[in-house]
Design a protein around this ligand. Structure first.
Ligand code: SAM
Length: 245
């Protein structure tokens, strides 16, 4: 079934181009839209992720598909001057928003900005103690390739954390959530960002993303061990963690 947005066709033809257009288009409204759409709850999901990350002084962290750098900013404070955080994104407009924002926050010295596709990371093997990917994986065309590429760049003993929309596990929540994402989101997107289509894409990409167990299997398939997940807000979002040994 093809939607108004034509996402099904796009998925087959050139999802990457569509994703690039979407994030270029929303870049300068991204932060305010995040707060509006989630009622600020994305901050709690991210705070949980940061607390669960167990990052230490001196660690090297890659925040992949990092966008405007919510996670990266926090990690720079924790790793300190001996550590390093790489904020990476495929989209130059999003990365520029991130660079500007973090620079304005006074973050410098232990941060690098790298434009990169998660499917073909330009980093050496065994580089990072932690790789985070928040709300990024569902936008990637070849997720298995990306997970393998991430695995390669993680140090032995290091870990991957994927924060992503998932499948609601509370009865009835699915229906409410579907209504919200397909009816409310595009309207808010239209009003605030004058861009209903991008937010329609968002809703569709969430619906098509693998559920908790499927994603767990994909992460294991890429080589990660001790893979587990933690549902938040009734499974609207899940945090998957896996280790490279
Ligand atoms: N991590 C940030 C956050 O949680 O606020 C930004 C998430 S934003 C919804 C998704 C990001 O994924 C966008 O900045 C987009 O450019 C990026 N992205 C999409 N496909 C990508 C890919 N193949 N490789 C790296 N980043 C990608």
């Amino acid at each position: 079934q093809t939607t108004h947005f034509g996402y099904e066709n796009v998925a087959v033809e050139d999802k990457a181009t569509r994703v690039a257009e979407v994030f270029h288009s929303v870049a300068n409204k991204y932060d305010i839209m995040n707060d509006l759409m989630s009622g600020g709850v994305h901050r709690l999901w991210k705070r949980y992720t940061i607390n669960a990350a167990g990052v230490k002084k001196g660690d090297k962290v890659l925040d992949l598909a990092g966008g405007t750098g919510d996670l990266a900013a926090k990690f720079t404070r924790i790793v300190g001057p001996e550590g390093k955080v790489v904020l990476s994104d495929i989209n130059p407009s999003m990365l520029e928003q991130g660079r500007e924002r973090l620079t304005n926050m006074g973050i410098a010295g232990n941060i690098e900005y790298v434009e990169a596709n998660a499917e073909e990371l330009p980093f050496e093997d065994n580089s990072f103690d932690l790789v985070t990917m928040a709300f990024g994986l569902r936008n990637v065309t070849d997720k298995d390739k990306a997970l393998r590429s991430i695995f390669r760049t993680i140090k032995p003993g290091g870990k991957l954390m994927v924060l992503e929309f998932s499948k609601p596990v509370v009865p009835g929540l699915n229906t409410v959530y579907d209504h919200y994402s397909f009816k409310v989101l595009p309207v808010v997107g239209k009003i605030v960002a004058n861009d209903a289509d991008s937010y329609r894409y968002l809703a569709e990409s969430i619906r098509m993303h693998p559920d908790q167990e499927t994603l767990k299997g994909m992460i294991e398939e890429a080589g990660f061990e001790k893979v587990s997940y933690h549902n938040m807000t009734g499974g609207i979002v899940a945090l998957h963690t896996g280790y490279k040994f």
